[in-house]
Design a protein around this ligand. Structure first.
Ligand SMILES: [Zn+2]
Length: 426
């Protein structure tokens, strides 16, 4: 059977590429993200023909207004939810949610080809979103179409969620589907990501800001005022001490090979950053205010309350110690994600990914944060992520985004192995 599968997939290569070209041509770059309904309608025609019950789920206006509205966004946030149950069979079935997002980041400059007219060159396809993550959508439809023709048996009841605004956040279509109770799978396969390994963990993220106050006056007699920048510098030094403490913490989950090679970092690491500073209006005016901002990436093993308490304590102690007048606040964004690597679903994804790509796929964690973490925290689903592109080579979010044609075929095979029973001797 496996040999036959490879041939069946290879036969569909042109079809897969044409489908991907059509998906790329539907402009879902966000901001503004204004063509979601068009791409959802396109996908409904494909999935509907394969027997999926498709639902168009628009984020309600009141929810949008409160949680996602941004000046730069236009049009309705239209998500797709498609379900198809196992037919026949006697075994108890479990439901699997398969997810990725339909939006892409803006093209930007520096492309050698038209970013919205996907182009094949030297065994790769180039275009915005081919790796992140319309390629996976094209593979999914192709896998479903092949398995339909071969009349293969579904392993799970399938629930496909293809959603909006992942790239802008903060309240993506997936977050909404989770909150509104639309995600009902026991397991959650995230196709957003790369094929460097099977991702079971992501860091959580909190952004912070602090306003340090001084007293403005003419700089020629600055000694009668209070310089907010100088005060902020004292605070900054205390924050950097906290950074030293925080960044010694590591997870039990290894990083991707890329980070291991690039930075010699073996395991996921907690991070504290000061990333913005803003103060002053003129050289001869003692600044009245200095604003610092940054973020804190926390490990799946850390608890949000603990992390917040540690931050609070640091700001409080620093300002007391140096007599700094300041106000600060912390805003938790996405939580961390974590699924035990020994979980049977993870082992199965890993086995299928390794078989399809003919290399051993490690279980890894990523430093960044995902809307998936928000969703599965809500739903309690066992989740892991495995995508079609390569983390460095595919240039996701950069010019000349690409994916190898062989990776598209391998990914199609991965999905077939994951979703269908192929181990029968036909
Ligand atoms: Zn993505």
């Amino acid at each position: 059977m496996p040999m036959q599968i490879d041939e069946e997939i290879k036969k569909r290569e042109d079809e897969l590429l044409n489908l991907l070209k059509e998906l790329v041509a539907i402009r879902t770059d966000v901001p503004p993200g204004e063509n979601y309904e068009e791409i959802v309608d396109f996908l409904i025609s494909g999935l509907g023909a394969l027997g999926f019950k498709c639902e168009k789920i628009k984020m309600p206006q009141d929810v949008y207004e409160v949680r996602q509205k941004q000046e730069c966004l236009r049009g309705e946030r239209v998500n797709l939810l498609a379900r198809r149950d196992v037919t026949g069979g006697t075994k108890a079935r479990e439901r699997l949610t398969i997810y990725t997002h339909l939006d892409v980041v803006p093209a930007g400059g520096g492309w050698r080809t038209d970013p919205f007219e996907a182009t094949v060159r030297d065994d790769k396809i180039y275009g915005r979103g081919v790796a992140d993550s319309k390629g996976a959508v094209a593979c999914l439809l192709t896998a479903l179409s092949i398995t339909e023709e071969l009349e293969l048996e579904q392993k799970y009841d399938l629930e496909v969620a293809l959603t909006t605004d992942e790239e802008v956040g903060p309240y993506s279509g997936l977050c909404y589907l989770a909150d509104a109770g639309f995600l009902t799978g026991k397991y959650f396969l995230c196709m957003d990501g790369d094929n460097d390994g099977v991702c079971v963990a992501t860091n959580g993220v909190i952004v912070w800001e602090a306003r340090v106050f001084g007293r403005s006056c003419h700089s020629s007699f600055s000694f009668i005022g209070e310089n907010a920048i100088e005060k902020a510098n004292l605070l900054l030094n205390e924050l950097l001490r906290l950074k030293g403490v925080v960044e010694r913490r590591t997870s039990k989950i290894p990083c991707s090979q890329f980070l291991r090679e690039l930075a010699g970092v073996e395991r996921m690491r907690a991070v504290f950053n000061v990333t913005m500073i803003n103060a002053g209006i003129k050289e001869n005016v003692v600044p009245e205010r200095c604003e610092l901002r940054g973020d804190r990436r926390y490990l799946p093993e850390e608890r949000l309350e603990e992390v917040l308490r540690e931050l609070e304590e640091c700001f409080k102690k620093a300002t007391e110690k140096h007599g700094i007048r300041a106000r600060w606040r912390f805003k938790p964004l996405y939580p961390p994600m974590f699924t035990e690597p020994s979980e049977s679903f993870v082992r199965e994804v890993r086995r299928n990914a390794s078989a399809a790509f003919r290399r051993e796929m490690d279980v890894i964690g990523v430093q960044g944060s995902l809307d998936v973490a928000y969703a599965v925290q809500k739903t309690g689903q066992k989740a892991c992520a495995f995508g079609v592109g390569r983390s460095v080579e595919s240039n996701a979010h950069a010019p000349n985004e690409n994916v190898r044609l062989e990776d598209l075929l391998n990914y199609t095979k991965f999905l077939m192995l994951s979703l269908f029973n192929l181990d029968r001797d036909d």
